[in-house]
Design a protein around this ligand. Structure first.
Ligand code: AHM
Ligand code: MG
Length: 331
């Protein structure tokens, strides 16, 4: 085979620039931001792989702003993302699940155009069990009309305004999936060369899939419509299977590939739902829609929700288009 006929090896940054289409953000400057995410997640992946050897498993001994026990690896992942993204000149704000307030990197109007929001280590209660966990990210840009010093206006934007979003799943292999509004693309970390290499372009979610994914131990505390859906899904006619990992990123990844529906409704304990709108539901909803799926909070499209607080929670129903619609038909 001649060199020209061999398939190119494409990294995330190269792929993003090549697929720019009419995307006004497809600049080398933005790809520099993406490289901050790939660098950070490669460091996090290497720490997770050696977690048992480095004595970084277990609790850090404090609770975060959400009132949840922080794991040592949560702190490492958060610090790593802040350190890698904090040097990117076009990053203005960083918003993390682990931090009460945003990190203001730049507030000069001409720079710091982008806000990066992330859940540094999603599913961290699974760390000690060696179950898949992940990093979820969402990227917003500052509205030029918005006062650069108005930090909350730069953060509290509805999901349909996301410029890009994605996640990295640390599992049997480390996989990065992202969208910048032109489909969903997947990359696998090649540990020998230390790069995320293109594995699949334009990933589409099956429109149907007979799998529901929910923490069913909470089902008696769900609104009645969800309970009725679960009763129906268990009938012989419906013929569903159940899969629940307890790491949103892993449950979503399976749903993206195999189809089905994931939901985490409001419960008596979490009347607003458990999952966070800005850095869990929004980025995955953007990914789902770009792959032909759907995401709703039970009453409206996730991407249309106007956030009112940085750590706001939301009920979430996400997955194959027909499966999400089926759940909604019971509500
Ligand atoms: P985390 O971001 O602190 O890890 O919490 C979110 C996680 C999700 O990954 C997962 O879907 C959910 O919490 C599981 O919750 P539960 O244990 O109540 O089923
Ligand atoms: Mg999470």
């Amino acid at each position: 085979m001649k060199n020209a006929e061999k398939p190119f090896i494409k990294t995330v940054e190269r792929h993003f620039l090549d697929r720019k289409g009419n995307n006004p953000h497809a600049t080398t400057e933005f790809s520099w931001l993406l490289s901050g995410i790939t660098l950070a997640t490669k460091i996090i992946a290497s720490q997770i792989q050696r977690a048992g050897l480095l004595e970084i498993m277990g609790e850090a001994g404090r609770v975060n702003v959400q009132g949840e026990e922080v794991q040592k690896l949560d702190e490492i992942a958060n610090d790593t993302l802040v350190r890698c993204l904090g040097y990117r000149g076009n990053v203005g704000l960083l918003v993390s699940e682990e931090d009460e307030e945003p990190h203001v990197i730049q507030d000069a109007p001409e720079s710091g155009k982008y806000t990066v929001l992330f859940d540094p280590l999603d599913g961290s209660s699974n760390i000690n069990a060696n179950v898949n966990i992940g990093t979820i990210f969402s990227i917003l840009q500052r509205d030029p009309k918005c006062d650069a010093s108005d930090v909350m206006a730069r953060v509290l934007q509805p999901g349909y305004k996301q410029v890009a979003a994605g996640y990295v799943i640390y599992g049997a292999s480390t996989v990065l999936a992202y969208t910048a509004g032109y489909g969903v693309h997947m990359f696998t970390l090649d540990p020998y060369i230390g790069a995320f290499v293109l594995a699949q372009e334009n990933v589409m979610m099956p429109t149907e899939g007979k799998i529901y994914s929910v923490n069913e131990a909470n089902s008696r505390k769900f609104p009645i419509g969800y309970q009725k859906y679960l009763d129906w899904a268990k009938t012989d006619d419906a013929g569903y299977s159940s899969r629940y990992i307890g790491s949103l990123v892993a449950d979503f990844h399976r749903t993206l590939i195999r189809g089905g529906v994931f939901f985490y409704p409001q419960t008596k304990k979490s009347p607003e739902g458990k999952l966070r709108l800005l850095y869990e539901a929004n980025p995955l909803a953007f990914m789902a829609e770009q792959a032909g799926g759907a995401a709703s909070d039970g009453t409206q499209r996730i991407l249309d929700k106007q956030p009112h607080a940085m750590h706001e929670r939301t009920p979430l129903i996400i997955g194959s288009k027909n499966e999400v619609e089926k759940v909604l038909s019971f509500l």
